[in-house]
Design a protein around this ligand. Structure first.
Ligand code: GUN
Ligand code: ZN
Length: 642
């Protein structure tokens, strides 16, 4: 069973439950070679806090001594590991050394007999140098074996390994077929040679195409990925599990892992590491250790690096800043930078999962930041939804101070009096004055010195916007300063944000009749929208977006047909949700597929009657796939969150 508690990008903090307990994901499973325990499983568990490990059932099966012990006392006792044990099947040995002389059924049964928590199918490793035909043929066999494994797995959980080499259509198709099987964990296989060759850009296509086909309610394991340098990017793409043999392999070769690469002990100029394994040791001291002690010290150092980075990845997911961490990490190597740039080409897919707002500000760390879905989402939405109050635009340029309506307060007033709508050319593209306080426009930080790529992109987006929305656009300084037209800046903002956030029809239903705005005395910001005496919306000070009140939700439901903005719950859940309890996945009968995480949502019953309002925690596909977890965080009683 897998459940998501937090998310950012495609990353999730999840909980994977097995019969040997649960682990929080993203997690890494250190590889334990049952023949050489560089660091013992007990140490991995107690000293490092790894709640799960992976070992190789093929190696155990081929060693009479280990086989007998594993079958008599079980893997957990044999390894002295109280946590979760995953086993691999021999596929990797076939990749390294050629054919293995065992069958899939034999390996699955063997893994069951030694008490593995999560066993693995004997999949066929798709090599990157194979033709597409050969790759496709081998996937057919892997799928047959996977189906068989699901039938005979009993109460052992099973890894159904997705293959397909670098062919993204094969990857997606294989993933989709696996999604329909009774699989517990989805490793993405066949990627080790690509990672060894630093082909991270292709790895991005492989992971994204696999994610497209997979079922969101199962954890995804990036099989053979164990370098901390890739964790942030891989987690951002939705990988929940990793495994590392390299911590020990590298240690045996005197190689130390760091977040920015792997370094040879003989080449290092200093041991500038503060991990518990390196504490009190000098570079010279480490070099002079006897080889066994040195290998153990380096292996422990490598494990601390892995553990530290995973903790950091989780923190950044919780803070909604994983993009920032991935961007930092991907600057450690040009091949990673290439991967990050490639991820920007997948923003259509990422947009669906990207939250409409985050707690903290968006940091621009370089031109790659423009590949984030927050940028493409904004650009699409203003083109689709923005309606200018006048047909003339006055252009301003971002000078670093935000929100623009404060930075250019008197200039905005002057041009509005002359019948012009202020539009700021920002790194996001055009920002009409009415929208400037909304996430991520005001909640973002850019360097003062612009780079030409972002500047050019912003300019071309702005040109397209101005041409489609206005009859005329001039520099603000060319607008006459003696205009006398009247306008209500707050009302313009109130409407424009509603239309941006909820669409034209919904917004029209909210802004009917007499409109009164409640404005904060301290900040001058809009707080509530009252329409014909009904409090329909509250604006959040933090992200400048609306919280939908129940009265507003009723207006929308009356005006806009289902399923727009709705999550419908089954009858059993109605009394609970009406009292303000959250909506859990298993009680949802349908959810508007266009809603993204943190979107405002209307919870309705089977007759489309409003029973609550709240915020989406998952997207519709996820809600239908998950058996557990909160789908909508319901706002109780008064309905004012801010
Ligand atoms: N370990 C690393 N890659 C793979 C793979 O593709 N399949 C299996 N079973 N194990 C792996
Ligand atoms: Zn160290």
């Amino acid at each position: 069973m897998f459940e998501i508690t937090r998310r950012d990008g495609l990353a999730r903090i999840g909980k994977l439950e097995t019969r040997s307990g649960a682990i929080e994901t993203p997690a890494l499973l250190p590889v334990v070679n049952p023949k050489i325990c560089t660091v013992t499983p007990r140490e991995l568990y107690e000293e490092f806090g790894f709640g799960a490990l992976i070992t190789n059932s093929y190696i155990i099966k081929n060693s009479p001594e280990l086989r007998e012990k594993a079958q008599s006392v079980g893997l957990h006792e044999m390894l002295d590991f109280p946590g979760i044990i995953m086993t691999d099947s021999g596929t990797f040995q076939s990749h390294m050394y050629g054919e293995v002389e065992v069958t899939n059924e034999e390996m699955v049964e063997f893994q069951k007999s030694i008490g593995t928590d999560i066993g693995t199918v004997l999949d066929i490793f798709t090599e990157p140098f194979w033709t597409k035909e050969k790759t496709a043929e081998s996937i057919v066999v892997t799928l047959e074996r996977t189906q068989k494994a699901c039938e005979i797995k009993g109460d052992m959980m099973i890894n159904g390994v997705g293959q397909g080499s670098v062919f993204t259509d094969l990857r997606e198709d294989c993933a989709r077929k696996m999604a329909s099987m009774d699989i517990d964990v989805h490793p993405i296989g066949g990627i080790v040679p690509l990672m060894e060759q630093y082909r991270y850009r292709e790895l991005v296509d492989i992971v994204i195409s696999s994610k497209k086909g997979l079922n969101p309610n199962r954890p995804v394991h990036l099989f053979g990925a164990g370098h901390p340098m890739i964790f942030a990017l891989a987690a951002l793409m939705g990988c929940d599990l990793f495994d590392s043999a390299s911590y020990a392999k590298f240690a045996r070769d005197d190689r130390l892992m760091f977040i920015d690469g792997t370094f040879r002990l003989q080449d290092m100029q200093s041991l500038d590491c503060t991990c518990p394994a390196c504490r009190g040791i000098t570079l010279d001291g480490l070099r002079k250790m006897n080889s066994q002690v040195r290998t153990r010290t380096i292996a422990k150092h490598n494990l601390y690096q892995i553990r530290g980075e995973l903790l950091l990845v989780k923190r950044y997911i919780r803070e909604g800043r994983l993009w920032e961490l991935a961007e930092m990490r991907c600057r450690a190597h040009p091949a990673l930078l290439d991967a990050l740039r490639r991820l920007g080409d997948h923003s259509d897919f990422l947009e669906k999962y990207d939250p409409v707002s985050r707690d903290g500000a968006l940091f621009y760390t370089g031109t790659e930041t423009r590949g984030r879905p927050a940028f493409s989402k904004y650009a699409k939405r203003i083109m689709e939804r923005y309606v200018p109050p006048t047909d003339k635009a006055a252009l301003f340029y971002d000078e670093g101070s935000k929100p623009y309506s404060r930075a250019f307060e008197s200039e905005f007033r002057t041009v509005r009096k002359a019948g012009y709508t202020p539009v700021v050319v920002s790194p996001f593209g055009p920002v009409p004055a009415e929208l400037d306080e909304m996430y991520p426009l005001a909640q973002s930080v850019f360097p003062l010195t612009e780079d030409s790529e972002t500047k050019a992109d912003a300019a071309s987006l702005s040109v397209a916007f101005l041409q489609s929305k206005f009859k005329e656009a001039v520099r603000w300084s060319d607008v006459p300063d003696d205009g006398t037209e009247e306008f209500d800046a707050n009302l313009l903002r109130a409407r424009a944000v509603a239309t941006y956030q909820f669409g034209h029809e919904a917004s029209a239903s909210l802004f009917k009749g007499k409109i009164e705005l409640v404005v904060s005395r301290n900040t001058g910001k809009i707080r509530n929208v009252v329409s014909d005496g009904e409090h329909v919306l509250s604006m959040r000070a933090g992200d400048g977006l609306y919280t939908l009140r129940k009265e507003g939700a009723c207006r929308i439901v009356a005006a806009v047909p289902a399923p727009v903005m709705r999550v419908a719950v089954v009858d059993d859940a109605v009394p609970f949700v009406s009292e303000g309890r959250n909506v859990f996945c298993q009680f949802v009968s349908y959810a508007d597929p266009s809603l993204t995480p943190m979107d405002e949502v209307i919870v309705v019953d089977a007759a489309d009657k409003v029973i609550a309002t709240g915020r989406m925690m998952l997207v519709s596909d996820e809600i239908s796939a998950f058996k557990k977890g909160v789908a909508v965080k319901v706002r109780s009683g008064a309905g004012d969150e801010s």
